[in-house]
Design a binder for this molecule. Sequence first.
Ligand code: WTA
Length: 662
Amino acid sequence: MADNPANSETLDNLLSENRTFPPSAELAANANVKQEAYARAEADPEAYWAEQANRLDWATPFTQVLDWSDAPHAKWFADGKLNVAVNCVDRHVDAGHGDQVAFHWEGEPGDSRSVTYAQLKDEVCKAANALVSLGLQTGDRVAIYLPMIPEAIVAMLACARLGLPHSVVFGGFSAEALRSRVADAEAKLVITADGQFRRGSALPLKAAVDEAVEASDSVQHVLVVRRTGIDVEWADNNLWWHELVDGQSTEHEAEAFDAEHPLFILYTSGTTGQPKGILHTSGGYLTQAAYTHHAVFDHQAGQDVYWCTADIGWVTGHTYIVYGPLANRATEVIYEGTPNSPHEGRHWEIIDKYQVSIYYTAPTTIRTFMKWGKDIPAKYSLASLRILGSVGEPINPEAWMWYRENIGHDNCPIVDTWWQTETGAIMISPLPGVTATKPGSAMQPIPGISAKVVNDEGVPVGKGQGGYLVIDKPWPSMLRTIWGDDARYVDTYWSRFAAQGYYFAGDGAKYDDDGAIWLLGRVDDVMNVSGHRISTTEVESALVSHPSVAEAAVVGASDATTGQGIVAFVILRGDAAQDAAEADASDRVTELRNHVAKEIGPIAKPRQIMVVAELPKTRSGKIMRRLLRDVAENRPVGDVTTLADSAVMEQISSGLSAGSED
Ligand code: WTA
């Protein structure tokens, strides 16, 4: 591999961004969390977290905040006891807010339901009584495989109420993915639905459960919500939700559990085939979920209408649909379907219908909206919005600007929130009433959190330099272990910087000249071109900053002269795609290569650019660069089981001739 001894940086810093957007005076004056919090949290992090934990109701107050004596195994608030579901539901009813809507649920076919906190309490208690009637006991695991329907939230809260750790499996996953997760957690119950609505049709869901539990030793019952009315096979241990749950009592006495009682397991794919069950516990997790929702979204109970567009199958759905917002007595919007059902303005229509004021989505969704064009949101008012959020991937500066202008109408702060399934809750993000944001930057750790960008030796890099993102102090919502494989937990997250005791997140990042943090993608994706370590994110952002590009993915492909060469796959914006069909494709490609050279420098000029219609993405919307590397290096395409749309790779491989090389 080519090497450049003059370049010793861990990761090159190539793009620079000078635009900044301070908060409005009104927001700065009234925000939930202000500048002073940073210094206060830094001076005494444990006192700060104790204060945040006291946002919750504790049945037995804690006397100890953090026990880190068995690092990297943390205990937070260990001698305190609480019930998570009581904190999310009952206490709001007890405080006189039973009539407040907890969520407005919008079904894909256009049906809708608004559920108040009093109604939610009744539903959760009935479901809890139903689970008790099945003989489930504290600590037993329950798998939840449901579409985005109210029962999904009720089921999660009923489990939490009983101290039954849940394992939610995304409803788009296959029977095999479900089987391996049910087996790993030894779940005794699976909660599912007959089917789910997707783009106007009713698709089967229970059929996958039937296949997944066929040879299971652990599963005793399958509880089935009727959502679509499609025909299903029926086995002896199957029960209808409406038959078992609806007739139960709405009275249920909740028990308080230890702060470290397991709350849920959530599987992430990891680099090897075996899924990793990330374990989260109760008190610390709920503390940080509630605190971050309060601080980062500036949520005002009883006033805001909050919508997080994630699926409950992902950690974002757990923390920012279920636990954080409900602990804070939010009124939420929950939407069952896809953003283009039945038309591409569905999200904006829902925002106007419910007067949504806080909207939290993913860069992949924003770039899809860009591709559809700004004329679509322009047909709606969107005047109720006041805060916008982004999560899941680095957001390219141009996508950020598009979001700000076309959705936020230039007057909503954007919070770009960095975190992971493993961190449980937001770690790095602007605060809407404090931070002067920069398009594309997650800015700095929130008060109470400490993170650094370090080099190979674990030494912090300077301003203007790139390296590895680490978290150097324990935090309340940190994962406690990998379910059933503690050695893998220590090895995966704590071995890279064992000497320093840092948690290594697997992401590359840089400080800009002002010390703001920019996320640069997974370190596994970093390219090495003539000894320069170049992040995929920066080249992608340079491509997306060209007016004709909606989305881009770049990979490093082996190259005889430079070690690796940059290969880019781009999706054009609606109008540009039309022109491209008519004009000469090779002109467009030359223009884009020159554009990258101008934005970043000749070193980052892609060797090859391919115009494609779609990119391979996981079901949570992250680009699978591994598969694109296979294409770029002319290898057969590898494991595609986690790909959202398996036809995409065939389309890309067969369209290769459209590329250009020189
Ligand atoms: C990426 C999702 C840049 C990152 C909550 C991380 C981000 C992984 C951001 C975790 C962001 C998430 N900017 N990158 N704001 N948010 N990521 O477990 O690579 O699905 O490690 O959790 O997503 O993904 P996960």
